[in-house]
Design a protein around this ligand. Structure first.
Ligand code: F0G
Length: 346
């Protein structure tokens, strides 16, 4: 059905808004039994990697592109650490509208780059970081009269609210904690707006604490000041000056939550933990919340028995290089059964 049709009553759509979809939304909310036991909480993972382009961006992109089409835009533009570009390129292909994506050169995971190129976008590698690429994209969009589809575009955050609505529908209420990775700070703001909207219309009665997790090398919301040279293995959140910082701060303050940072080592270890103990392969940035929950538990700051939802924002297949750098290689054997049986002894 897709996000626009499903939630037309809650979104700023008109009769003129094209009901485009690639089947985004309605992603699984999975109970993580073994990890819940380990952490002594009730932990749910929202599998946003199941969206058509493999990340949560599709929820907002479908709205941004539909609204750009409604307004008669000639092309769409974005800067991206990878997922926004994959999503923009996919919806642009479906709508047959030109798409320009600006990427920080050499800092985008392989799968995401392959996606943007395969979907037929004009892919531009900028010798600079994401924050600079976004400034350039905004300026160029303005000068050319193209639609910018980064989360500065309000329709992106509108569409991304649908993640919160689905969580409430699945659980019958909001969780106690909502744990989420924070890069450009749009998604945490969108979830907060989504939960708040659901409370206003009486669908839920209480709001969750918003727990935002950043990578230690790119943690402007934790340190309280922009980070001029962001660096982290979780390239999706390698962002030093988040455009929605003000909204994210508000969400955290009003909800009684907090921002926290986790090291690259903690992120990678959480990624392997989630894969090998939970059966869910999420990209590194998506594992920052789990790393954060593990860290808080170590500090004695994870309340026992709480219901927590973490947003697993992107599919692990998008970044095969980082995964392969952590794990061993396959056991090689010849083509004899004896060799195989020998391996299976252990
Ligand atoms: N997780 C993943 C997998 C992401 O791709 C992003 C952001 C985030 C978390 C953080 O979300 O920016 O709303 O705070 N990716 C953007 C991109 C910046 O260009 O794909 P945020």
């Amino acid at each position: 059905m897709g996000v626009i049709r499903r939630y037309a009553d809650l979104l700023p759509v008109t009769g003129e808004t094209p009901r485009i979809t690639l089947g985004e939304g309605e992603t699984p909310l999975v109970y993580l039994e073994r990890i819940s036991k380990d952490l002594e909480i009730e932990l749910w993972g929202k599998l946003e990697g199941c969206n058509p382009s493999g990340s949560f961006k599709d929820r907002g992109m479908v709205m941004a592109v539909a609204k750009a089409l409604e307004a008669g835009a000639k092309a769409i533009v974005c800067a991206s650490t990878g997922n926004t570009s994959a999503s923009a390129a996919a919806y642009a292909a479906a709508a047959q509208i030109p798409c320009y994506v600006l990427l920080p050169a050499g800092k985008v995971a392989l799968g995401k780059l392959a996606q943007a190129l395969m979907y037929g976008a004009e892919v531009i590698a900028v010798k600079g970081n994401f924050d600079r690429a976004l400034e350039m994209a905004r300026e160029a969009a303005e000068q050319k009269g193209f639609a910018i589809v980064n989360s500065v575009n309000p329709y992106r955050l509108w569409g991304q609210r649908s993640g919160a609505w689905e969580v409430c529908e699945s659980l019958g209420s909001a969780p106690d904690w909502h744990a989420i990775p924070v890069g450009n700070a749009g998604n945490i703001s969108a979830y907060w707006a989504g939960y708040s909207q659901y409370r206003e219309i009486g669908k839920i009665s209480k709001l969750p604490k918003m727990m935002g997790f950043q990578a230690a090398g790119a943690a402007p919301l934790v340190t309280g000041k922009p980070c001029p040279d962001p660096e982290t293995v979780a390239t999706a959140i390698r962002i030093g000056n988040p455009v929605s910082a003000h909204l994210a701060r508000e969400a955290v303050e009003l909800s009684g939550g907090e921002f926290n940072s986790v090291t690259d080592e903690e992120i990678l270890s959480a990624q392997y933990y989630l894969s090998s103990k939970g059966g869910i392969f999420a990209e590194p940035a998506s594992c920052a919340p789990l790393a954060g929950l593990v860290k808080l538990r170590g500090l004695g700051r994870l309340p026992k028995g709480i219901k927590a939802v973490m947003v697993l924002t992107g599919n692990g297949l998008k970044d095969p290089d980082t995964a392969m750098s952590q794990v061993g290689r396959p056991t090689e054997i010849g083509d004899s059964l004896d060799e195989l049986l020998e391996v299976m002894k252990g």
